[in-house]
Design a protein around this ligand. Sequence first.
Ligand code: AGP
Length: 626
Amino acid sequence: MCGIVGYVGERDALPIILQSLKRIEYRGYDSAGIACITNNGIEVYKDKGKVDDVIEKINYLKSISSNTGMGHCRWATHGAPSKTNAHPHLDGEGGIAVVHNGIIENFQSLKEELLSLGCTFVSETDTEVIPHLINHCLKNSGDVEWELKEAVKETLSRLIGSYAIIVAAKGFDGLVAARKESPLIIGVGDRENFIASDVPAVLEQTNRVIYLDEGDLAVVKNDSVYIENGGAEVKRAERLIPWTIEDAEKGGYEHFMLKEIHEEPKAITDTLRGYLAGDEITLGIDLGIEGDTKGKSILMLACGTSYYAALCGKHIIENLAKVPVQLEFASEFNYSDFVLDGANVTVMAITQSGETADTLMALKKAKRYGCKTVAITNVVGSSATRIADETIYTGAGPEIGVAATKSFVAQLVIFYLLGLQKSLAKLPEAAFLEYLEELRRMPQIAQLVLDEANGNIQKQARYLSKYEHAFFVGRGVNLPIALEGALKLKEISYIHAEGYAAGELKHGPFALLTEDTPVVAIVTHQPFKKSLIKSATQASQNVYEKMLGNVKEIKARGAPVIAIAEEGDEEVEKYVDAVVRVPRTSAIFSPIPNTVALHLLAYWAAKERGCEIDKPRNLAKSVTVE
Ligand code: AGP
């Protein structure tokens, strides 16, 4: 997966392209490159390395007079990160340059065909077939613009796979862009236009954005944007993006991840704001489970952190709304013979980016079953929103750090809203209103963790950072939070961390427990208010005692335990080595403070180990390949 940018206008293209690249380097950061159209043809510079380093070299080496150009930051899929594999790629004559995000699945057979026609390839990438093919499709009619557009179309018709591409050609003062299963937007300016994989790339220049649709091909010039789909011209609406560039920047924090953790209270507030007015929850969509829910169920499909949010959502919705919820990894669902009753199952795809390839594929498969489909995503106009019948947006704002943080809590908020909305017919009104009151307190609860627990969490993180293995355990609604805590720690600190159901440790992992395997145990599961105790099940009331029992078992095996426990819980102190205090909530809302605490714990442990927190090795923000 990669980031692509393009500029056509009256200003110097190179500085704008480099600035845009810096904004989307989170999409790929193993190499970068640019191509600009000049009076002499196409000038290309590319190299292996971080975007910043490559940009510095370009700034040092290049002064290019050009008003049209493109840039690319790469996350390798075909061919290792190297100068030759970096984009842009050229045809044999150097007259056509292409940047690409996606995967061309049939590139090998196309390459063989092109080799037999005399083409020479210099890289190991799948992308390089594209400029060669375009060259072969040119007709030499004299009308460069028309000819390039038609050659790109013909080329695209030969490609199997996914792509967002920008094409530049010698002699044409514009760019051709196209997308299939990879995101692409056009930033609209005044006598200038921009192309990019993502909005932050253009925000410094404009907040007027056109989202290209699946199969769109655009010819972008300084004063016009022409779009066609399936051979006919189409009009795409321009949207005003409410984010400022400050929203998309670090805002004084050392890392995006820390900034984004500190934005978790705001993400909760903004997500609630969209759907909660007074005591009324209005998600504004038909979920396919309206009215009598008998026989109806929900299937959630997601990957990574979004999967853990969905797992938590299952507990929340089943507890509050009593609607059965199933859950599958999108990547597993895609290759299993799932038995699914399309008429009675609503499929929810949970994906903060809205671009995760496995999740998009799962959504399409669910549609083939005839299911009602709902996307829960953070990105307006993302691919998931175009595939699903309905969309619920989380209000987390742009998330740049590879580790998902504020988008996770925003997803949880949607599940509280969904559960409570569906609980109306089943809960006594007083309990419903108490839940709602607690939900409204969640931004303050999250803020309290940031304000009051942060210092202690840093101390515990320093301790944790010395180890190479750790366990995170929880039960019930907090099992997914333990899984999320472990994923976050391993993702950014490279400490091997396993999330486990606390009751499962004795079925195997006990063998791994020693004084060198600290265990983070979530012990915040006490029923809280009287009316809520009545509505809570006996099972969930027992969870706290069961967790304490598990903690004692762990201690007996010699492993150090850090507990995440509520203010005022003195009992827990007797059994553990350290306690991170979080504010009291009723059991069902405890995932919110616990998540903030575990996100901070992972962050500070990674910081202590000197890791590249926003760009962990081998990972990228949106995983747009299978
Ligand atoms: C989260 O910290 C990870 N980077 C990753 O697991 C992520 O949640 C996963 O790739 C799914 O992404 P999505 O929500 O954009 O679909």
